[in-house]
Ligand binder design. Structure first.
Ligand SMILES: NC(=O)c1ccc[n+]([C@@H]2O[C@H](COP(=O)([O-])OP(=O)(O)OC[C@H]3O[C@@H](n4cnc5c(N)ncnc54)[C@H](OP(=O)(O)O)[C@@H]3O)[C@@H](O)[C@H]2O)c1
Length: 329
């Protein structure tokens, strides 16, 4: 099979398309013919040598989400039939023509979704739903804030917040992403240039003095303190990403005084049992909303497998709005 291979740590130029043996499904696993995959920040870090794949995952074939057809069943993998359309997350190996994965960590693709639309969904929407609804316990009527609103996960958060009858606000570094996000349900946003100090007063005003109940922080760094200052009493702040920095100085007294919850989350290193659980929740609570058209895929652009270097450059540019998708014909 053709696969993207990280030949050594470095920039996009270290990525090559190579022939690799087709993997064989172990008991409980399925072989999937991948028709599309999508990129994530973790792929860039892995390519640079800063985020190795967890044990058991392909070490040098990147790719953490896919959509494709079941091509072979391992022993005991009785829940699927050959030819079923499935999508899901994996700890690596999705930028290839075939992958093997646990049969319980895929969901059925609704008929109305193309391969490229389907591949744009799992990582962003599982991350967003798990953080916003499962872990932060979002309630109808609450105020939501997401940093990097035009990111793949950011646009998922906005749509899910609306579907759960909450009001989503967001930040971005350019005004155009705020405007484009309004099409997906963003109530309003704040453009953050050099100073995150603009965030708390803006959110006080936008939430009519209430403050933010649930913050999904996709960027970290100085945004963490700003999220604390913008929070409502008993607010929940989910730390999901660190593109703006891995360290932060925070106003601890305010965390105590407002009785806030700060919680970190990550999907990739979770156990198979945890990934089965998160996938089952995704399949029952999120996928039907794509079938009914309540949620929409957010594809920024589509590259061919052979254009993987350009795809990485596009994601690293920060110019994307939504997901960078890889077609695997
Ligand atoms: N914990 C998990 O399991 C998990 C899973 C998936 C993703 N994530 C994380 O969630 C975040 C979003 O992921 P994604 O794939 O949706 O990202 P994405 O589509 O690549 O978008 C990331 C956006 O972050 C903004 N950004 C980049 N550097 C920034 C900085 N220094 N300060 C402020 N904003 C910055 C940029 O938008 P602007 O130019 O508009 O600011 C960029 O477009 C990433 O940090 C990713 O690592 C975590």
């Amino acid at each position: 099979m053709r696969a993207v291979v990280i030949t050594k740590p470095g920039g996009p130029e270290v990525l090559e398309i190579e022939e690799r043996p087709r993997p064989v499904p172990a008991p409980g696993e399925i072989l999937v013919r991948v028709y599309a995959s999508a990129l994530n920040r973790a792929d860039l870090l892995q390519r640079e040598g800063n985020y190795p794949a967890p044990p058991g995952a392909p070490q040098d074939i990147p790719g953490m989400e896919f959509a494709g057809e079941v091509a072979q069943l391992g022993a005991e993998a009785t829940s699927w039939k050959i030819g079923d359309r499935v999508f899901g997350i994996v700890a690596g190996g999705a930028n290839a023509e075939y992958l093997v994965t646990d049969a319980g960590t895929v969901a059925r693709v609704p008929e109305n979704l193309s391969w490229t639309d389907a591949a744009s969904i799992p990582e962003a929407f599982i991350t967003a739903h798990d953080a916003l609804v499962v872990q932060a316990g979002l309630q109808a009527g609450e105020m939501v804030l997401v940093h990097a609103v035009g990111s793949g996960v950011g646009l998922a958060v906005i749509q899910l917040a609306r579907a759960w009858k909450a009001t989503p606000f967001g930040t971005a570094r350019t005004a155009d992403k705020i405007e484009r996000a309004k099409v997906f349900g963003l109530a309003d946003g704040v453009v953050v240039r050099d100073d995150v100090g603009v965030i708390p007063p803006a959110l006080v005003q936008l939430t009519k003095e209430h403050g933010v109940d649930v913050t999904i922080d996709l960027v970290g760094g100085a945004y963490v303190a700003a999220s604390i200052r913008a929070a409502a009493a008993r607010g929940r702040i989910m730390l999901v990403g660190t593109v703006a920095g891995r360290e932060a100085t925070v106003p601890i007294g305010m965390v105590l005084g407002k009785r806030l919850t700060l919680r970190g989350t990550v999907l990739r290193p979770r156990s198979i049992a945890e990934k089965r659980a998160v996938t089952a929740t995704f399949a029952t609570d999120v996928v039907p909303l794509f079938a009914s058209g309540v949620l929409r895929p957010t594809v920024d652009c589509v590259f061919e497998l052979g254009e993987i270097r350009a795809a990485h450059e596009r994601l690293a540019s920060n110019a994307t709005f939504g997901k960078v998708v890889i077609r695997v014909d």
